[in-house]
Write a protein that binds this ligand. Structure first.
Ligand SMILES: [Fe+2]
Ligand SMILES: [Fe+2]
Length: 497
């Protein structure tokens, strides 16, 4: 039940007046009446073959002609928006789905607070909005590229299916934002949509826009950490954009959040099952010291100190995605009513304009970490990062509960906000996970305890042996407590022929 509970907890509900018919008769499934806008339809039909080429070149390597048990969105009603069935990935029905319009919705923050939301892009905010869309859109295909080779080493068919589910949905997220670019930004939008298929994760000359999306995802523990920590950045960004005064963006993001919940579920349960396998193996071998690493690795499982180092890495690079803690761009996007705070419309206790408000930001001043009250408008990114860090803790607590229950003296923790940062307030400083500013020498002397080592990655890589038989699971990961869509855990989630 734990998995179901956390899934429910992660779910964002799509609010509105309920079910909107999705047309699957068209080449591009949609609930935006695409057929009535010939120009838009033509532009998207032109983009479609390029997308499919990109999917073949940069989507999952292999497995493209196999039947995969996938969910496809068939509506936007939270009570029943997906159907499950075998699909070959290239035939997946990527579609354009917006959450229902909320009649009478008004802008809930910034200079235009209280005005009706916009159905068209205000001319004065055109370039700012376009940039926000492109940066978000770029992350969607990037993660598919990063995860391209993982199918080959999947620890079970269940996990392989989860990977492919996440991949096709990230592909749909790209569609979702390309729709906005093409519909509302004319020629510029079409050019941006094209460029989104050209950039490549990790490419030297034409990389993806944000750093974390150019890191490799070489193994399955990285994949689970990524879906827990980095997809959660996606959740926070989408949630902030779901508050937007530009209504089509808000509606797009609200539906994307419904899918995003599953990605974080894959991450939380994936790391959780990795921990479960470790605890079971330690218990069976009578090992109680989590730092008895050689003995634990001999059992073919992931030792907890390495798991912590992996988590430290993924948390720190993901925190960089929030941008500079103090940011004029974020202030501009907020004041313009384009991107709000997390849960903006429901926040109580301030005026949602923040002209005179302050927000406490941790900064490095005179070689010390100090909390400084900063104009709240300029601290929007800092606040979203704080909300993100809080949001990360739930799953970590559940992992720790399992460790505690097994009687092992170890806790997974979040490193200090300033640890291993390349962007923002802490970028020029060396800060330990405990939150001390340290010298370069001290940093180098301890780095092997804080971030994954060469040895860690070699060992991790040695565990990545494929397990491609229904019901079989690799040594380092426990089977899930329940299957997908009430299927058994030994279901043939991918038909390997
Ligand atoms: Fe996404
Ligand atoms: Fe995602």
């Amino acid at each position: 039940m734990a998995e179901l509970d956390s899934l429910v907890e992660e779910s964002q509900t799509v609010q509105g007046d309920g079910y909107v018919e999705v047309s699957y008769d068209d080449a591009i499934p949609n609930n935006v009446d695409l057929g009535s806008d010939r120009q838009l339809l033509r532009a998207l039909e032109k983009w479609h073959p390029g997308y499919l080429d990109w999917w073949q070149q940069m989507g999952p390597d292999g497995f493209q002609d196999l039947d995969v048990y996938l969910r496809t969105a068939v509506g936007v009603d939270p009570a029943g928006w997906a159907k499950f069935g075998y699909v070959k990935m290239p035939e997946y029905r990527w579609g354009i789905l917006l959450a229902p319009k909320q009649e009478g919705r008004t802008i809930s923050f910034g200079k235009h607070k209280g005005e009706p939301v916009w159905q068209e892009v205000p001319a004065e905010y055109r370039s700012l909005l376009r940039r926000l869309l492109v940066v978000q859109a770029d992350t969607e295909p990037a993660s598919v590229e990063q995860q391209r080779y993982l199918g080959k080493t999947a620890p079970s068919l269940y996990d392989m299916r989860s990977l492919f589910q996440v991949n096709v949905e990230e592909g749909r997220h790209l569609w979702a934002i390309v729709y906005l670019l093409v519909k509302y930004f004319g020629r510029d939008g079409r050019e941006e949509a094209h460029a989104l298929l050209e950039r490549r994760s990790g490419h030297q000359d034409n990389p993806r826009i944000l750093g974390a999306f150019n890191e490799a995802t070489p193994d399955w523990l990285s994949f689970f950490m990524f879906t827990y920590f980095t997809d959660r950045d996606g959740k926070m960004q989408l949630a902030a954009l779901a508050e937007s005064g530009f209504d089509p963006l808000s509606r797009t993001c609200r539906f994307m959040l419904t899918e995003e919940a599953h990605h974080m579920f894959v991450g939380e349960t994936g790391v959780g099952r990795t921990i479960d396998a470790t605890l079971a193996a330690m218990n069976k071998a009578g090992i109680t010291d989590p730092y008895d690493v050689d003995a634990i690795r001999a059992l073919g499982v992931v030792d907890l100190p390495m798991l912590q180092r992996k988590a430290n890495f993924h948390m720190s690079v993901t925190r960089d995605l929030f941008g500079s803690e103090i940011s004029g761009n974020a202030a501009a996007a907020f004041s313009a009513g384009l991107k709000g705070r997390y849960n903006e419309a429901k926040l109580e206790g301030d005026d949602h304009q923040l002209e005179n408000a302050t927000y406490p930001v941790i900064r490095v001043l005179d070689g010390k970490l100090v909390e400084e009250e900063v104009p709240a408008l300029r601290a929007i990114n800092s606040r979203l990062l704080d909300d993100y860090i809080k949001d990360c803790q739930g799953g970590i607590d559940r992992w720790n509960k399992a460790i505690e229950k097994a009687g092992i003296n170890f806790r997974i923790t979040q490193p200090h906000k300033g640890f291993n940062r390349r962007i923002g307030e802490f970028a020029e400083h060396r800060i330990s996970p405990a939150g001390e500013i340290v010298s370069e020498e001290a940093w180098l002397a301890s780095i092997d305890q804080w971030l994954p080592t060469e040895d860690d990655l070699i060992y991790l890589n040695s565990l990545m042996k494929p397990c491609h038989e229904a019901g079989a699971y690799a040594s380092w990961i426990a089977p899930p407590r329940m299957g997908i869509n009430q299927q058994p855990v030994d279901y043939e989630y991918v038909k390997i022929v």
